[in-house]
Design a binder for this molecule. Structure first.
Ligand SMILES: CC(C)(COP(=O)(O)OP(=O)(O)OC[C@H]1O[C@@H](n2cnc3c(N)ncnc32)[C@H](O)[C@@H]1OP(=O)(O)O)[C@@H](O)C(=O)NCCC(=O)NCCS
Length: 213
């Protein structure tokens, strides 16, 4: 495997209702080691961090499924990765119902919930003012990374994005991911720091402007 758009053995399709739980599990595991996730979920216990992430994903996925986009990659019939995005004009997605938010607060605790709020306050304020596609979450199960599954999810989503001359935008807290996204046409457009963690802002111009550069 040498490029971001190389074929992978994974199949990518929109989330099916039966995949909600396994997709939440996979995304919760994928992000456990990311710097921003560690800054929010400060527990030294990886199971606790996993459960906290899974609660978030269980709250987010039904909303994103209804109002945004959720793609799932399967490998040999098992969920191996997922992508959550908002089409132009759909960001921010509506919040989960009150009972779900209260449940999250009780399980995660006030401090974790408050730190997530800070993260979203900082990042949301930096979104481009013009209409854009937003890549909110892209994660591949830790045991399945570096096999082309992330690239397969991204390229499936970008096929939708490229139907309109509208930019795509994302943030990443991992410098190692910059090259991965650059291969798909994204370029860094800024940087920020949240809870002491560096985050890079990346934008992908519409196809016609990428060709002219
Ligand atoms: C970032 C992430 C989504 C990428 O998914 P992935 O399935 O590991 O990505 P791919 O395998 O498609 O590509 C990753 C790299 O592995 C390389 N690669 C792919 N298949 C490979 C293989 N069989 N052997 C070796 N390298 C391989 C790719 O060329 C790519 O290299 P690059 O970084 O130089 O572009 C995944 O690593 C992840 O979930 N990370 C944790 C969560 C996260 O950071 N998400 C992104 C938030 S913005």
């Amino acid at each position: 495997m040498s490029g971001w758009n190389d074929p992978s053995a994974a199949s990518v399709a929109p989330l099916a209702d039966s995949q909600l739980q396994p997709t939440a599990d996979v995304l919760a595991r994928a992000f456990c080691g990311n710097p921003l996730n560690r800054a929010v979920n400060r527990s030294a216990d990886p199971d606790r961090r996993f459960r906290s992430n899974r609660d978030n994903m269980r709250a987010l996925l039904p909303i994103a499924h209804q109002h945004g986009q959720v793609l799932v990659a399967t490998l040999d019939g098992e969920v191996a990765g997922g992508l959550v995005a908002s089409p132009p004009g759909r960001f921010p997605l509506p919040p989960p119902p009150l009972r779900v938010r209260l449940g999250l607060l009780m399980r995660q605790g006030w401090s974790v919930a408050r730190r997530w709020e800070v993260v979203f306050e900082v990042l949301d304020a930096l979104h481009p003012p013009e209409p854009h596609w937003y890549l909110a979450v892209l994660g591949v199960d830790c045991s399945a990374q570096r096999r082309g599954i992330g690239a397969a999810l991204l390229s499936h989503w970008l096929a939708d994005v490229d139907r309109d001359p509208i930019p795509a935008y994302l943030e990443t807290d991992s410098e190692a991911n910059i090259r991965f996204y650059e291969r798909a046409g994204f370029a860094p457009v800024g940087e920020t720091s949240v809870l002491g963690v560096r985050a890079w802002l990346m934008k992908r111009p519409p196809a016609d402007r990428r060709r002219n550069n």
